[in-house]
Design a protein around this ligand. Structure first.
Ligand code: ZN
Length: 214
């Protein structure tokens, strides 16, 4: 725990004071622009990767960045998604997978979670990912991680709040994969139908990210 206590003390004595105006503003309420759904993996830091500050991202995390289809889990994901859309009025939703995802590796190796019944049950929400890999005959980790992002985006659309917001053009959905080993995010391009490195699409998309909405 020492590492955490040291961090808490440093935060209070140095960081908090340096960013006082921001924290004063945040004490009035939150108005995040983006709901980010990503994996619990400790190597992902959503604010660091997107260079955003506290108050900008509303984050849902779980093993495998999974979005159970509406009504299939009655879990926290449903509540967080509904709250983000209906109350916080986020404008963007990002489903972000990542390289070397343990949950996705386990999808093709069910024996690896034999002793982990809760994990095995949870991964049933990614059964479509497994089937899609089988359908195209590709089982490598990159394909699995990308297909899973697309599956979870589809699941996301089954949530009534998301469906209604899409109908009113109030929200845009994006599929990302974070490659922490090379410091790069690839974004699904619905026109080219594959994931493209952020730096590559910069010129074409310019500042209009909506062109990449799925
Ligand atoms: Zn993961």
């Amino acid at each position: 725990m020492k590492i955490l206590f040291d961090g808490l003390r440093k935060f209070r004595s140095e960081v908090f004071d340096d960013h006082k105006p921001l924290f004063e503003e945040l004490s009035k309420g939150q108005t995040p622009h983006t709901l980010m759904i990503t994996c619990s993996d400790s190597r992902i830091d959503p604010n660091l990767v997107t260079q955003t500050s506290p108050g900008e991202l509303f984050v849902v995390r779980n093993a495998g960045n999974i979005v159970p289809a509406y009504g299939s889990s009655r879990g926290g994901e449903e509540a967080a998604i509904e709250y983000a859309i209906e109350v916080l009025k986020v404008k963007h939703i990002v489903v972000c997978g990542h390289s070397q995802c343990g949950a996705m590796a386990a999808l093709h190796k069910p024996e690896s979670v034999k002793q982990l019944p809760a994990v095995a049950r949870w991964l049933e929400h990614a059964e479509s990912t497994k089937r899609r890999c089988e359908a195209i005959g590709k089982f490598d980790s990159e394909t699995t991680i990308e297909e899973n992002v697309l599956v979870q985006v589809e699941n996301l659309k089954s949530h009534p709040a998301v469906s209604a917001a899409l109908r009113k053009d109030r929200v845009s959905i994006y599929g990302w994969v974070y490659h922490f080993d090379r410091g790069e995010v690839t974004i699904y391009d619905p026109v080219r139908k594959h994931f493209v490195p952020t730096m590559e699409i910069k010129d074409r998309v310019d500042h209009n990210m909506e062109k990449l909405a799925i």
